[in-house]
Design a protein. Structure first.
Length: 249
């Protein structure tokens, strides 16, 4: 005896069968798993990650701060003392962040730490200050240093025009923005190249200096505090320059 299939009804009086709207979910349907979710591709390799960290630690400060420190301290000896003090303070700060990183195992940096310690409002304010003030100001300083160093070989006999420095600065910021927007891989490759250039530049400064010390060229350390005409107003500026050079911690 043939039996007709029973039609189920839904509250509005309509019926459904087979593929009709309102059918019960099939047993074969699967809930979306974590593997099926949209995630970013892992394009930052170990070498690229190391170059990003080194690039964060070694910034433009080490190249532009020595002049300001020596100018505002007035002597070699006082500048070395200031470098040492700034280094010790930066070491304390780095150790504090290392302790925070082991205690608060969350991503977010300053935001995560302030959120845990002081609550959401200070953390929210800190993020927006970072976005609107701190990062743009730091980017401007680094880019201006980049523009000045790029143009320095072409203006050896005269002063570099400010307009030219600002033009190169604007071009550099635009190029970096476009590259970071288009491709993570290309940004990482450029980061590796720039990190290599910075390390080579630092070695060019350090190695000849160490070789001169080995040869006994220490006349600059004799009477290191002679001619110390540093003013009280100049020491805070020198201290700020030193802390900026150590800001990579």
């Amino acid at each position: 005896m043939f039996r007709k299939p029973v039609l189920s009804t839904i509250p509005n009086g309509s019926s459904f069968q087979g593929q009709s709207i309102g059918r019960l979910p099939s047993l074969d349907s699967k809930e979306p798993t974590q593997e099926e979710k949209v995630v970013l591709k892992k394009k930052v390799t170990f070498l690229r990650g190391v170059s990003i960290i080194i690039g964060t630690i070694i910034g433009a400060g080490i190249f532009i701060s020595p002049k300001g420190i020596l100018k505002n301290t007035g002597s070699v000896g006082m500048s070395l003392i200031l470098w040492t003090v700034c280094g010790i303070l930066s070491l304390f700060g780095a150790l504090c962040y290392a302790e925070l990183g082991t205690c608060i195992k969350k991503s977010g940096g300053h935001y995560a730490y302030i959120l845990e310690a002081f609550g959401p409002l200070p953390a929210f304010v800190r993020v927006w200050v970072e976005l609107l003030i701190i990062r743009p100001a730091a980017t401007a300083v680094i880019s201006l240093a980049f523009g000045r160093y790029i143009l320095e070989p072409f203006f050896i006999q005269c002063e570099i025009p400010d307009l030219a420095i600002k033009l190169i600065t604007a071009v550099g910021i635009t190029v970096v923005m476009v590259l970071n927007s288009m491709s993570v891989s290309w940004s990482a490759r450029i980061q590796i190249f720039l990190t290599f250039c910075k390390l080579v530049a630092i070695l060019i400064i350090i190695v000849p200096g160490v070789m001169q010390l080995i040869k006994g060229e220490t006349q600059h350390f004799k009477d290191a505090f002679a001619g110390n005409d540093a003013s009280v107003m100049g020491l805070p500026l020198a201290f700020y320059s030193g802390m900026y050079a150590y800001s990579g911690w």
